[in-house]
Structures are given as structure tokens and as C-alpha cells.
Design a binder for this molecule. Sequence first.
Ligand code: UDP
Length: 235
Amino acid sequence: MQYSRILLKLSGESLAGNGNQGISDSVLEEYAKQILEVVEKGCEVAIVVGGGNIFRGLSGTKSGFDRLKGDQMGMLATVINSLAIESAINRLGAKAKVFTSIRMEPVGELYNRDKVVEAMKNNTVCILSGGTGNPFFTTDTAAALRAVEIGADVLLKGTRVDGVYTADPEKDPNAVKYDTLTFDEAYEKGLNIMDLTAFTLCKENAMPLIVFDMNKSGNLLKVVMGEKIGTLVQV
Ligand code: UDP
């Protein structure tokens, strides 16, 4: 196994499957299965999931929402998605636990780095919900922050594309995939991998990032075992 402790970032939109909103049962089940595959190998897993399938603060401002309230709605959306992932993992017979960045027992326990690490060592998948707990941030930033805090070996960004391309492969047929990149190269080329706050956190803390297609069965295990799929971004 190449990575024994991972922080997996899933976007809210990916949970929606073919639609852009809501939660798809089949995607949930597929993700839970993949997560279990790596847990069974002894990999410690923490997850940060977005909330874009339910609400995004910034889009809310367009229809007149106050940004702070909209962001709070977005953070609560990530809690809903996290509970869905927790249930899906539990249904398959494995242990999972939701932590929240904002106090809201009994929905989940308040995030505490030491408790998360302890639970992960005990084969419990820890789902770190509520983003950073602060408005004006994203769940990519929460993922980068938590990855650094818990001492993850790598931040894995599961997407529906199989890596970072020279252009958007869903729009440009000539787009070429990068196998590896440095953070500086990605920045200079203006590649939109994560927002800059998240990107800088990873770079400054030498946290490697792998962008890969989580919608293909078995891919998470491949990445954890060190197979070169997706795009690796490092210092
Ligand atoms: N959010 C926030 N602070 C955070 C993380 C998220 O305010 O630390 C809010 C923000 O409004 C964001 C929404 O939660 O739009 C959902 O998160 P994100 O857009 O990152 O979800 P994704 O795009 O990954 O589904």
C-alpha cells in the first residue's frame, strides 16, 4: 500500500449522479463500496464532502441571499451529504462516524483532530462535515486543512474526470492529461484544480494531491495501492 492514511474529498455534485441535485442511491453505494475496499486493506480514511448538490453560498447571493447565511446553508448541506455517506458505509457493515466543524450534537461529534485520528486507527471512516465552519471558504479548503491536520499521506480529490487536463476535456477534444505537475506549474498554467486557498495550504505544507476519477469502480483502491492513475500534484 502506497498511502496508509488518506483524506478523500468528494464533491457534492458527484453524489447527485446524473442529475445536478439531490443524492443518488447508486452513487452512494458505489462510493461506499470503494471506500470499504481500501479500509479492508488497512488504510485509514477521512472524508470531506461538498454540498454543491444542495446549496452553494455564492450562487445564493445571486438570488438575494446574504452571503454569510448562504454559506451557513452550504455548510449544513455538507452535513446532510456526510450523514448519507455515513449511513451508506454502515449499511455495508463497516464503521463510520460524522464529525461536525460546528457544534450540533447529536447529529455528529464536534471535530477534534485527536479523536479523529484515534477513530481512524480503530478502522472507523471519519467524515469531517461542515467545511471549515467559516463562511467564505470551500470544502476544498476544508479538505486541504483537515488533510494537513490529521497528517494524511495524500489528499485525494475524487472527481468525474480522470485527472487534470490542459483544457476542460468535457468541452475540448484536444485536451491532454497531465500525469504529474508541481503546484507552481499548475498555478502558472492557470489550471483550475482547487481554489487558491486550498492550493496554497497544500503547497505550503507539502501535501501531495491526486485528482482521479472516483466514478470508476476500483479506482480508489488503485490510487491507494500506488497505481499511477489520475494526476499527481506535488511540491
Ligand atoms: N462552505 C463554507 N465554508 C466552508 C465550506 C463550505 O461556507 O468551509 C459553504 C459554501 O457556501 C459552499 C458550500 O458550503 O458553496 C458547499 O461547499 P462547496 O461549494 O465546496 O461544495 P462542492 O462544490 O465540493 O460540492
